[in-house]
Design a protein. Structure first.
Length: 88
């Protein structure tokens, strides 16, 4: 994936408000490449910028999915934010 795609992904994720989530698939779609949901996961896996809330990107089935700081921390952060809605 191009670095411009990665920039788009990170900008979209940066805008996810507290208490909301997007799926990897939704993030890929909003980034202009609907089939690149795995690439979205790989981009987020490499991000350690605390200003980009990667924990707010979840699997399409509602499960948390992976997190570069550990799945347990991702679940904790989502619970603290009461992240129950999904942006469409």
């Amino acid at each position: 994936m191009s670095s411009s795609f990665a920039k788009k992904v990170l900008e979209i994720v940066r805008k996810i408000p507290k208490g909301a989530t997007l799926s990897y698939k939704q993030t890929a779609l909003l980034s202009g490449n609907p089939n690149a949901f795995r690439a979205v996961g790989n981009i987020l896996k490499r991000n350690y910028n605390p200003e980009i809330p990667c924990h707010r990107v979840i699997k399409s089935d509602g499960k948390p999915g992976g997190y570069n700081r550990g799945a347990k921390l991702k679940k904790k952060k989502l619970a603290e934010e009461q992240a129950i809605q999904t942006l469409r």
